[in-house]
Design a protein around this ligand. Structure first.
Ligand SMILES: [Zn+2]
Length: 335
């Protein structure tokens, strides 16, 4: 195989393709899985010219005809994973007229993709309304809304979607995967587990270097952090020797990484509880636990959503209370 700097064979019949991102995260890991009659792509990248060039270079390096893409699977609806699925579908059609690879996604993630990326812009931006209600200053909410609109433009064209179910058996080449429901980073992220090879394609649910973002968003189901922590405990029962994540390095010590992530959130919960106990809005808590002077509006969205998910769990645990009689709502210690 001709090697390029962003294409790596990471396991038998699995090739990682790193696609560029215009954020601090820098790249997203997508995967090509060799099948008996073509290739399966797992996650697609953000639709930018640099991403298109990276896919074209990967196909050339691997001697893959894009017409041989059999199917595209998406772990979750976030733009860096969903954004190029429609473009890849079109590319395949160009190389193999009459053949349209199926794009698979869980029903909830498909609903979220439709809601967030299909938003037509003829109503006020839901993200701006949501963050304004949390006490975020107006210039920042407007900058966040602009950021969302820009991301939306990087998710087009939209693919035709097929629904992927949880706990399904999926045969790809010599491998047999089980699809697992992993809530928290998104409502219904699907990850692929190969029990024979003890390998998991874990999307953004587990990352090796950074803690995956767990945030409360206008469209999220309640208590994403509580659901995430519960899923870590379920995932700890899997026998995994190698995890292939959506960003950053491969994960070779699955049990230890799960414990580190659990500990990270325990520390963040305690920090936020302490910061909020004398009374603070979500935005005020955020500005005290994150170094917000260093964050772009894009990163601030994540910081505030992350703060909200922790505050929400603290309220559920009875460690804080939320006063919704005031605008924006304030958090304080329980009496
Ligand atoms: Zn991601």
């Amino acid at each position: 195989m001709q090697r390029t700097e962003h294409v790596y064979e990471v396991a038998e019949d699995i090739i990682q393709v790193q696609l560029p991102l215009p954020f601090a995260l820098r790249s997203v890991n997508c995967y090509l899985l060799r099948g008996n009659n073509g290739w399966t792509i797992l996650d697609s990248g953000l639709n930018l010219p640099a991403g298109q060039a990276a896919w074209q270079a990967a196909f050339a390096a691997l001697n893959i005809n894009p017409g041989d893409i059999q199917q595209i699977m998406l772990t979750h609806f976030h733009p860096d994973h969903y954004g190029m699925a429609g473009w890849l579908q079109c590319l395949c059609q160009e190389h193999s007229p009459g053949h349209t690879p199926e794009v698979w996604m869980s029903p909830r993630e498909a609903e979220l993709a439709h809601k967030v990326w299909g938003f037509r812009g003829d109503q006020p931006e839901p993200t701006a309304l949501f963050f304004r209600a949390c006490g975020v200053p107006e210039p920042l909410t407007l900058a966040m809304a602009e950021g969302i609109a820009l991301l939306r433009s990087m998710t087009r064209p939209h693919p035709m979607l097929h629904m992927l179910t949880t706990d399904a058996r999926l045969r790809i080449g010599r491998r047999s995967f089980v699809t697992l429901h992993c809530p928290g980073h998104s409502d219904d992220q699907i990850i692929l587990y190969d029990p024979t090879d003890r390998l998991v394609l874990c999307g953004d649910h587990i990352l090796g270097k950074i803690s995956p973002h767990i945030g409360t968003w206008p469209e999220s189901e309640p208590d994403p952090l509580g659901r995430y922590l519960a899923s870590l405990r379920t995932l700890a029962t899997l026998d995994v020797r190698l995890a292939l994540p959506g960003h950053g390095p491969l994960i070779n010590n699955w049990p230890r990484r799960l414990i580190e992530l659990e500990q990270h959130h325990a520390e963040r919960l305690e920090l936020m509880r302490t910061v909020a106990e004398d009374g603070a809005t979500a935005y005020e808590v955020c500005t005290r636990v994150f170094d917000v002077t260093r964050l772009s509006p894009h990163e601030m969205r994540f910081a505030i959503a992350e703060t909200l998910s922790h505050l929400e769990l603290l309220v559920q645990q009875g460690l804080l209370q939320r006063d919704s009689q005031v605008t924006p709502p304030r958090y304080t210690r329980t009496v």
